[in-house]
Design a protein around this ligand. Structure first.
Ligand SMILES: Nc1nc2c(ncn2[C@@H]2O[C@H](COP(=O)(O)OP(=O)(O)OP(=O)(O)O)[C@@H](O)[C@H]2O)c(=O)[nH]1
Ligand SMILES: [Mg+2]
Length: 397
């Protein structure tokens, strides 16, 4: 399905925006990482090394390789597959090269839609690799939450190429092939260039200059840690911001708000809980039971059922844009759930006054069997969710 959807987009068989619109409620979960740099800078090899590390961190990763400069994309496609080959066959990795020949519409537009499809498919990280050759890369890199520019050592030209527009969008700079001579000198050059830039740049994030060697995987852990750090600062789904309606309209849109809240809930995300549907006073979350969700009897852990119901409860009660604090919850368990079961928790509003609201959550299996019932009460504070989020962001800085 994923591959077919991407092909439709790639061949221009769908009008621009159709896919994104259809997938809108499912977007904003994945962290999108863009990697660019001059031809041969070592991007694909680095992506391969990162895949290994991300897999060991339990992630599902999608890669889209875009090569706008190459007239014969066939070669590039094969090359990237081979370089990422070992991990490319892993069940948690999906790699797609974007053939640019005969491409209809803007390349950045299709890249963005392909990223949407991958995001909706539930990948944790989506990596876009593109060759740093000009304006189209800057456009493509706009889709990413975190922008990484790769630069091989000892190439004055390489640094020059980066100067032309790309440096402005870099969140991280990586000197690749650090096993080669000149890596330190290149890192120094880049730091000097950043120094010139930092005068006008906003101070929310300091662009680090890192080094990596893909062949020995040296520096890859530090690089991914730094990327994760940046993800914390910018959040996920930066590309979606531009699509949002103006502020006043957002305040009324409970669906967008709840989807956003679900995407910034690390606890629910760590369990694999996803929000699939939301509105004023309602939310539905979903989870497929995996090994780590089971108790010693081999059935679903009661704490997980509670967490699932509680997630729906939290989202539904916060859907009005005011912070709602849970003050009480009751849960009953009707029957056990097992490995592979797909569970849904649907929260609906029972009553709502100025200060208190009561919700009921039904946890069911996909075939409709009732697993658990949950009721909960919230105290409605006068605090705007946006204001609370801004305050929390400031405290973590
Ligand atoms: N010594 C050394 N060589 C490397 C390293 N990483 C990549 N290379 C080599 O550099 C060459 C280019 O690597 P790629 O990963 O294909 O570079 P790329 O930036 O993806 O290239 P394009 O996609 O064609 O622009 C290959 O021959 C790699 O073997 C490294 O860490 N050390
Ligand atoms: Mg490559």
């Amino acid at each position: 399905m994923l591959a077919r959807s991407i092909s439709l987009i790639e061949h221009g068989e769908l009008a621009a925006g159709v896919v994104s619109k259809a997938l809108a409620p499912h977007l904003g979960r994945a962290h999108v990482l863009g990697i660019t740099g001059a031809p041969g800078a070592g991007k694909s090899t680095l992506v391969h090394a990162m895949l290994g590390e991300l897999l060991s961190r339990g992630q599902r990763i999608a890669v889209v390789a875009v090569d706008p400069s190459s007239p014969i994309s066939g070669g590039a496609v094969l090359g990237d597959r081979v370089r990422m080959g070992e991990h490319g066959a892993h069940a948690n990795v999906f790699i797609r090269s974007l053939a640019t020949r005969g491409h209809l519409g803007g390349l950045s537009q299709s890249t963005e839609e392909i990223v949407d499809v991958m995001d909706a498919a539930g990948f944790d990280t989506i990596i876009i690799e593109t060759v740093g050759a000009g304006q189209s890369e800057v456009e493509i890199m706009r889709v990413a939450d975190t922008r990484l520019v790769a630069c091989a050592p000892g190439m004055g030209d390489n640094v020059q190429a980066i100067k032309a527009g790309i440096l402005e969008i870099a969140d991280l700079l990586v000197v690749t092939k650090s096993d080669l001579p000149g890596a330190n000198a290149t890192a120094r050059d880049l730091k000097d260039m950043l120094h010139l830039r930092s005068a006008q740049a906003a101070a929310t994030w300091t662009v680090p200059v890192l080094q990596s060697c893909a062949t020995t995987a040296a520096g890859v852990v530090e690089l991914l840690d730094s990327i994760a750090q940046h993800a914390k600062v910018v959040g996920h789904g930066r590309r979606l911001m531009a699509r949002r309606p103006p502020k006043a309209a957002v305040a009324l849109d409970s669906t967008a708000l709840v989807m956003h809240l679900a995407s910034v809930d690390p606890f629910a995300q760590s369990l694999g809980i996803r929000c699939i549907e939301a509105g004023k006073g309602t939310a539905t979350v979903i989870l497929t039971l995996q090994e780590q969700h089971l108790n010693f009897n081999g059935t679903c852990h009661g704490g997980l059922v509670f967490a699932l119901a509680d997630s729906a409860f939290g989202l539904a009660s916060n859907s009005y844009g005011k912070v709602a604090a849970g003050i009480d919850a009751h849960v009953t368990y009707q029957q056990a759930a097992r490995l592979g079961d797909c569970l849904l928790a649907r929260a609906t509003e029972v009553s709502r006054s100025r200060k208190l609201a009561v919700y009921r959550v039904d946890v069911t299996r996909a075939d409709g069997a009732v697993i658990s019932s949950f009721t909960g009460t919230v105290y409605i504070t006068g605090v705007d969710i946006a204001a609370a989020a801004a305050h929390a962001a400031q405290e973590t800085m």
